[in-house]
Design a protein around this ligand. Structure first.
Ligand SMILES: [Zn+2]
Length: 256
């Protein structure tokens, strides 16, 4: 059994063929899907997808850093309300992104910290997005870590040293399509990181692994990520699937 620990199959890119996409994923052994929310505007699509596939979709609730704008307070209010009313398996997608826009950098930090505190209060794990802001994210997680935080540095693309820093803070590394890229770099040191710190994810519809780079991503393509990890760790795909699914359940629970 394989768990896609970070996938957005509720977004409109899958509206035409979502059932087919899930069917193809299951044919590759991907049976459980963790769905990180994006912002208040994506909540209804997220809930519809969860309802359409009972027992297979496990939603998270949070405000994505690229959706942090002038109206972030209203966004947070809507998301906090939803979090308190619905059944959620994590706080996500949260984090910081200085790649697209730094106009709301200080708001992003504030919103990130607030959501880390929701995680501490609820006991839920976090799914953290980082782009061009590793040191800033690390500093905040370090300050907020009081033993109650755990989660995933989703789509980890940092260095060996940064991987160790993340692990030190009780975070797992979410490995996706980047591990298959020629210039992805993380494949050069992952074999020095114990597999117990790794989970797999697609971030579909984005970050498509080779050989489909540039096309829409989907959970069935976890196969290529797992095959690459099997080569890195000199083991079988089955072993990687089994170990990383166990890790995912250590973070997110049994996912019944
Ligand atoms: Zn994502």
């Amino acid at each position: 059994m394989i768990i896609d620990t970070h996938t957005h199959i509720f977004v409109e890119q899958f509206d035409r063929d979502r059932e087919e996409v899930v069917r193809r994923a299951k044919a590759e052994g991907v049976e459980k899907f963790l769905l990180p929310n994006i912002d208040a505007g994506s909540i209804s699509a997220l809930k519809n997808t969860v309802a359409a596939f009972p027992g297979e979709m496990f939603p998270m609730m949070g405000l994505h850093p690229t959706s942090v704008k002038e109206n972030y307070k209203e966004e947070l209010t809507a998301i906090e309300k939803e979090l308190s009313e619905g059944k959620y398996y994590g706080i996500g997608e949260i984090g910081m992104d200085y790649y697209w826009d730094t106009a709301f950098a200080s708001e992003q930090q504030k919103v990130f910290r607030i959501q880390l505190n929701w995680a501490k209060e609820t006991g839920l794990p976090v799914s953290i997005h980082i782009r061009n802001a590793f040191d800033e994210v690390l500093k905040i997680v370090e300050e907020e870590q009081d033993g109650r935080l755990k989660g995933v540095f989703h789509c980890f693309t940092g260095t060996y040293e940064q991987a160790l820093q993340a692990i030190d803070l009780n975070m797992w590394l979410g490995i996706g399509g980047v591990v298959t890229f020629k210039n992805g770099k993380i494949d050069t040191f992952l074999n020095r990181i114990d597999i117990k710190h790794i989970v797999v994810e697609t971030d579909a519809p984005w970050l498509t692994p080779a050989p489909f780079r540039g096309k829409r991503n989907e959970p069935a393509y976890l196969k290529y990520i797992i095959e690459k990890l099997a080569r890195i760790y000199h083991t079988t795909s089955g072993e990687i699937a089994c170990l990383t699914s166990h890790n995912a359940m250590d973070i997110f629970g049994e996912l019944p």
